[in-house]
Ligand binder design. Structure first.
Ligand SMILES: *Cc1c(COP(=O)(O)O)cnc(C)c1O
Length: 418
């Protein structure tokens, strides 16, 4: 197999053979040759129905024609300028029109940069130090948020190389649990921000309980805490305005990524004007980047966002509903009580019988069984993210055929479990 050979070679030159850890799975990952629509093709000529979709960006599938042609035209005119362009205004206006909390935007290069800068902004705006994040949420790979629970909810570094001094101001609490937040906030006046994935998409897929986001909004308003929605996954995926539109809760700041760059590297911070104007050069909160607002990414983002209208979201919701309803039927028919999670174009099967509301529930899943499921799907030509704790995605290009074929393969696997 060429993928196996390439992986063995890659391991000599790239740590672990890959450029991001989740990509390495056993025995070796397939290497991509090209993607088109709902399909990804590997270097050995095998075809996969793709539910990983680059971990979220590709809502229109691979190699969307309009994005290709817009980016092609832009490339002829240069790929980076280091001076502003009119297209940045156009994209900012589009983001502001779509996303309820967005009154101004700063374009950066990744979701990681977006959350890092959003946290800096929140600390500057409030003059407070601590941030609260939820167990199992992911906000990128920078030091403030690479934190695991310690005793008494004190943040301990989740990676060597992260100083305890950096994470001691990051406090962890369980998602969907009002009481632990109330108790935490009661005696602490040093909390600058709560950063939350409104639907947790990096521990599988966990939706907020009814009223939970509203509770977060109310308590943060009362306590002068900035509410940051990390919508790097949900932004432009579950509704034009993301989770804040879907659940009708408006945060102070939103971080965007994945989809906003139309399949190219980009992230964004957006929010209320009074906050955003604190960012340099209009304010003193430092944020900068050589490739910020890169014309190629901005062009791709524009070409993507222009295609995401009401009809698109109706279609995506419908595909998701059909797929989830039929997976549920398969589980029922096989007398399996695993938890099916997801909404709109997001889904995941948790291999546990517990209801999944937070990190601890998700962690009760049978990882070995998930890995068998993943391997079986892969063998049959269905690519889902290789981890129980990622979320599966649907694109507009996934058709009836793709979905029926996927369901058959899932059914065949579930029949083997007793
Ligand atoms: C992917 C992701 C990030 C990090 O974005 P990168 O572009 O990978 O740096 C941050 N937050 C959430 C919710 C994500 O899913």
């Amino acid at each position: 197999m060429k993928s196996e050979e390439l992986f063995n070679e890659a391991k000599n030159y790239l740590p672990g053979g890959v450029d991001s850890p989740v990509r390495a799975y056993k025995p070796y990952p397939f290497f991509a040759e090209y993607g088109k629509g709902s399909k990804l093709f590997d270097v050995d000529g095998k075809e996969y129905i793709d539910y990983c979709l680059a971990y979220g960006p590709l809502v229109l599938g691979h190699a969307n024609n309009e994005i290709i042609s817009a980016v092609g035209n832009q490339l002829e005119m240069g790929s980076a300028y280091g001076v502003p362009t009119e297209k940045e205004i156009e994209l900012a206006k589009l983001v502001i029109k779509k996303v309820p909390c967005a009154e101004m935007v700063r374009f950066v290069n990744s979701g990681t940069e977006a959350t890092m800068s959003a946290i800096r902004l929140a600390r500057a705006a409030t003059g407070k130090r601590k941030i609260i994040k939820f167990e199992g949420s992911y906000h990128g790979a920078h030091d403030y948020v690479l934190v695991k629970s310690g005793s008494g909810a004190v943040g301990l570094p989740d990676s060597p190389g992260v100083p305890e001094d950096t994470t001691k101001n990051t406090v962890l609490i369980p998602f969907n649990d009002e009481e632990s937040l109330v108790n935490l906030i009661k005696n602490d006046d040093d909390i600058a921000a709560i950063i939350v994935e409104p639907i947790m998409g990096n521990i599988g897929c966990i939706a907020p309980k009814e009223g939970y986001l509203k509770f977060l909004r109310q308590i943060t308003e009362e306590k002068d805490i900035i509410l940051i929605f990390d919508e790097v996954i949900t932004g432009f995926r579950i509704a034009e305005g993301g989770a804040q539109e879907y659940f009708d809760i408006v945060p102070d700041i939103v971080t965007l990524g994945k989809i906003v760059g139309g399949g190219f590297p980009m992230g964004a911070i957006a929010g209320k004007k009074v906050l955003m104007e604190m960012i340099a050069p209009s304010g003193s909160v430092y944020q900068a980047g050589t490739f910020n607002g890169n014309p190629v990414s901005v062009t791709a983002g524009l070409a993507m966002l222009k295609q995401l209208n009401d009809k698109f979201y109706t279609e995506m919701d419908k595909k998701g509903e059909i797929l989830r309803a039929q997976i549920q039927d398969i589980l029922d028919d096989n007398n399996l009580n695993f938890r099916l999670a997801g909404l709109s174009s997001m889904f995941q099967i948790y291999f546990t019988e517990n209801e999944v509301y937070d990190y601890k529930d998700a962690k009760s899943a049978d990882i070995e069984l998930f890995n068998k499921y993943f391997q079986r799907l892969l063998k049959e030509g269905v690519f889902i993210p290789p981890s129980q704790f990622e979320c599966c995605f649907i694109s507009l290009m996934h058709n009836e055929d793709d979905i029926q074929k996927t369901l058959e393969i899932i059914d065949n696997f579930m029949k083997t479990i007793k």
